[in-house]
Design a protein around this ligand. Structure first.
Ligand SMILES: [Zn+2]
Length: 107
């Protein structure tokens, strides 16, 4: 499966404990077929005391989840959708929403 998601895209979780949640892609890990999404798949981790955080304790951080567990979430149709892409005459590749044809811009 080819991943068309980029860093900064909005995705919705379609499987697992965070199903239905949306978040912004922090990082795509194509070699592992995993994706890191802001606010999704939080895990508690015990941290050692550091200079900035003298107390140490429990921190919450995102763990990468399988790319197949998320779907692109279109900001225009407010629905999970598929990404289509096409190459324009000048060679520029653009991605767009399969449902509403809105171009997907990564900000
Ligand atoms: Zn759309």
């Amino acid at each position: 499966m080819k991943c068309k998601l980029n860093k900064g895209d909005f995705v919705q979780v379609i499987k697992g404990k965070d199903k239905g949640k949306t978040g912004r892609v922090i990082q795509v890990l194509p070699e592992e077929s995993k994706i890191l999404v802001e606010g999704i798949n939080f895990v508690k981790r015990h941290s050692k005391p550091k200079a900035i955080d003298k107390q140490g304790g429990i921190v919450h951080m995102e763990k990468p989840l399988s790319i197949s567990n998320v779907m692109f979430f279109c900001g225009k149709c407010r629905k999970p959708s598929r990404i289509n892409s096409k190459v324009l005459n000048d060679g520029l590749k653009i991605r767009y929403c399969q449902k509403c044809n809105e171009n997907i811009e990564v900000k």
